[in-house]
Design a binder for this molecule. Structure first.
Ligand code: FAD
Length: 486
């Protein structure tokens, strides 16, 4: 079935970012939008809605507030509508429970007629625009995008002038854990909660990986450790040099800003790749409270000389995995080959079940016709500053630009700003004010300073400039010294 309507905007994928876009587009009379998702309804990381876990960003990072604080689709509006505003007010925490955020997004989704669930997009092509209404007609004339989606009832086709690719990320499982089975469960964190009981009953569980999800699963399973009857062994293996905390200080948080993104996008791509790896601890660490909670739980459980059957290993990589069907008295167990980064030595580790906290990966969807979007030499989206991936600036991506725009890409707190930019491109005006500067600090060299062409300082020199002199003046002065050095 082909819908005969031509939409101004068609979003593919309805995670929080496109849901936010739909909520911001809904009040705009000059935007006819439709959003397609293969799932039956909105669901946000259902496998990790562990009791008591919270968002890592404040409630203002909801779907709309940073673009339009008066929106009827805000988190506060949901609290009011569900009679939870006073309890939230008295709770006095900026950080909603993760389960609340999921409920809030579902509440918004239920109110937006532009959302179409159960639609799996299988192809996107350009078609000649019979009415010649497509903006910025390409070399071969006005065109529209034709989007084909599979539904339980058959095939649907949609036409649109602008596209937003919001297909998100997929759980990433290392090759040696993929297809591993025969003993207990091997589970990616995205599927943790439905498999929790099985894991707890497996007798021994090993969490592989680092970051917030790994820590949350370890903490959750730790409760069942050292309790005597029916207890399980619990181990945590991570390549990370330590269980490092997420960096959450305010001047660092200013890097989640339009102007830091301007600076980041202005750098050569290879420099951004290096920076991206270096900036991991900005969002791939563990919340400090959770690190301490894990320590305190281990302390509590080991009090009075009790043995807690757990090992925590850092700087250790799982390099191979196999099934030993006769292991664990014939019940079967997995044998992980571990390599220590500093020692360079390897060891075997046996476990009955595995939780892979190995993250998520984005990719360029195969449903895009060849040449429809610009790609870099590594086949990744080549994303312009305004989040477009085509020369006519009619195809935007959301949360597909971490390699080009940095830490703001997956950040819920930046979704509304990015969506405001997209709606400005679609409407040719600014339906929601777009802040250009929000930070006190300046990124890059101050404007107006006469730039002198210079080779970027080699990384080692830069890093040395950044280390405050061990015995020298305090931080502030070293900052001034640093500027002088560059
Ligand atoms: C456990 C967890 C907690 C997180 N907590 C935070 C946090 O507190 N703060 C924060 O800032 N960030 C957080 N993040 C990071 C980030 O916000 C989320 O990953 C967010 O869900 C990303 O949203 P998205 O819109 O990009 O895509 P997703 O939520 O991944 O949604 C993509 C959608 O696209 C659909 N789709 C894909 N392909 C097709 C197709 N061919 N046809 C139709 N539909 C398709 C999928 O069905 C899916 O619904 C967290 C991530 C995880 C994993």
């Amino acid at each position: 079935m082909t819908t005969d309507q031509t939409y101004d905007l068609l979003g593919i994928g309805i995670g929080p970012f496109d849901l936010g876009l739909a909520a911001l587009a809904e009040p705009l009379d000059d935007v006819d939008a439709v959003f397609l998702d293969q799932r039956d309804g909105f669901s946000w990381h259902a496998g990790m809605l562990i009791e008591g876990t919270t968002l890592q960003v404040p409630f203002l990072a909801d779907l709309v507030t940073m673009a339009d604080p008066t929106s009827r689709y805000s988190f506060l509006a949901w609290l009011k509508a569900t009679g939870r505003l006073y309890p939230f007010y008295i709770r006095e925490s900026f950080y909603p429970l993760r389960a609340e955020y999921d409920q809030y997004c579902r509440w918004v989704a239920e109110q937006l007629p532009a959302l179409r669930w159960g639609r799996r997009v299988t192809s996107v092509v350009r078609i000649a625009d019979p009415a010649g209404i497509g903006p910025g007609a390409g070399p071969d004339g006005a065109y529209l995008f034709e989007v084909t989606a599979e539904t339980p009832e058959g095939i649907e086709k949609y036409c649109a002038k602008h596209l937003v690719l919001g297909t998100g990320t997929r759980p990433r499982l290392p090759a040696h854990l993929t297809g591993l089975e025969g003993a207990g469960p091997v589970v990616h964190t995205s599927d943790y909660l439905p498999r929790r009981a099985e894991l707890a009953a497996a007798g021994s569980v090993t969490v592989v990986g680092s970051g917030q999800s790994a820590a949350e699963v370890y903490r959750d399973l730790l409760e069942g450790c050292g309790t005597g009857a029916g207890e399980h062994r619990l181990d945590w293996v991570t390549r990370s040099p330590r269980f490092f905390p997420m960096e959450y200080t305010k001047l660092t948080l200013e890097m989640t800003s339009p102007e830091y993104t301007d600076h980041y996008v202005s750098l050569p791509l290879e420099q951004r790749d290096i920076l991206g790896r270096e900036q991991r601890n900005l969002y791939k660490g563990i919340s400090g409270d959770l690190v301490d909670d894990i320590y305190d739980t281990l302390y509590r459980k080991s009090a009075l000389g009790r043995e807690v059957p757990t090992t925590l290993l850092t700087d250790t990589e799982v390099v191979a995995a196999r099934l030993d069907a006769d292991g664990a008295d014939g019940a079967g167990e997995y044998v992980l080959t571990l390599r220590h980064a500093q020692l360079g030595t390897i060891a075997e580790h046996r476990t009955r079940a595995i939780v892979a906290a190995t993250g998520y990966a984005g990719s360029v969807p195969e449903f895009l016709a060849p040449g429809l979007v610009n790609l870099d030499e590594r086949g990744r989206y080549d994303v312009a500053r305004d989040y477009t991936v085509d020369d006519d600036r009619r195809i935007h991506v959301v949360n597909g630009e971490e390699h080009t725009h940095g830490v703001t890409a997956p950040d819920l707190g930046f979704g509304a700003w990015r969506n405001s930019v997209i709606l400005a491109d679609v409407t040719g005006r600014e339906p929601y004010p777009i802040e250009r500067r929000i930070a006190f600090q300046q990124f890059g060299l101050p404007d107006g300073e006469a730039p002198v062409p210079a080779e970027p300082a080699p990384r080692a020199a830069l890093r040395q400039a950044q280390e405050p002199a061990a015995t020298g003046p305090s931080v502030n002065q070293s900052d001034t010294k640093m500027e002088a050095a560059l």
